[in-house]
Design a protein around this ligand. Structure first.
Ligand code: MN
Length: 242
């Protein structure tokens, strides 16, 4: 009700954003921290994001609207996430991006703090892409609490990300993009799985990663409606069953 009254935003998309919060929590991609945003389909200069709340507890009433610099534009008195700047900065730099996930996945962190590169290793995890950049907040901002707390830090992160689907954040986590909520959510889920598989494979010896051609073809398959809808349906059901 609130959305139709306040913004005229499509209620199904807000519902999908809420469900994405629950899926990411249920798959342990996010814990008490982490978030997912949706660019406003009717106004590309604004985006939707929950107020500061654990993703598994988010409901439609928690969703706020921001401009790309992270200012609340809906007159809400709810408390926003401190790291909302991640979302607007990436959307500002990347008109193709409609949804951004930020998380602290424990499987991903080792690849943010070592020289070992995260690389495409399984067909369902190819969408993480090749040459995944690692952003180190220290390089430009020195000693911080590692959180992306302002637009300058967000823009620096987005610059490092470039055209990648994923950017790793040293000692912190990652940001994942999508052309839809489903793409961003499911790429984040399979990023975590791919990182775990690489961690499990490394002690066993030399790894045969996906070739560049395989990475492209597997990404295309993963992003097909058939694949996206099937995985989404499964993960949504898991949420409902819990
Ligand atoms: Mn964070």
């Amino acid at each position: 009700g609130k959305f139709l009254e306040k913004f005229g935003a499509p209620v199904e998309q807000i519902d999908e954003l809420v469900l994405a919060n629950h899926i990411l929590a249920n798959e342990n991609v996010v814990d008490s921290f982490g978030h997912i945003s949706l660019r406003n389909p009717k106004n590309p200069n604004q985006f939707f994001l929950s107020c500061s709340r654990s993703p598994e507890l988010v409901s439609a009433d928690d969703i706020m609207e921001f401009d790309l610099e992270g200012n609340s534009v809906d007159g809400s008195t709810l408390r926003p996430y401190g790291e909302r700047f991640i979302h607007g900065s990436i959307m500002e730099a990347r008109p193709d991006v409609q949804s951004v996930v930020h998380n602290h996945s424990l499987s991903v962190i080792p690849f943010t703090v070592t020289e070992t590169k995260l690389q495409p290793i399984i067909h369902t995890g190819a969408a993480i892409g090749k040459n995944i950049p690692v952003w180190d907040i220290y390089d430009k901002f020195g000693d911080t609490d590692l959180l992306v707390r302002n637009i300058d830090q967000g823009r620096d992160l987005a610059r490092t990300m470039g055209n990648s689907n994923v950017v790793l954040m040293r000692g912190h986590g990652c940001a994942v993009t999508g052309r839809t909520i489903k793409e961003a959510t499911l790429t984040a889920v399979y990023l975590q799985i791919a990182a775990s598989v690489q961690l499990q494979s490394m002690p066993l010896g030399k790894i045969r990663y996906l070739t560049d051609g395989e990475t492209e073809k597997c990404t295309e398959m993963f992003y097909s409606d058939l694949s996206m809808d099937r995985v989404w349906e499964t993960l949504a059901r898991r949420v409902t069953n819990n």
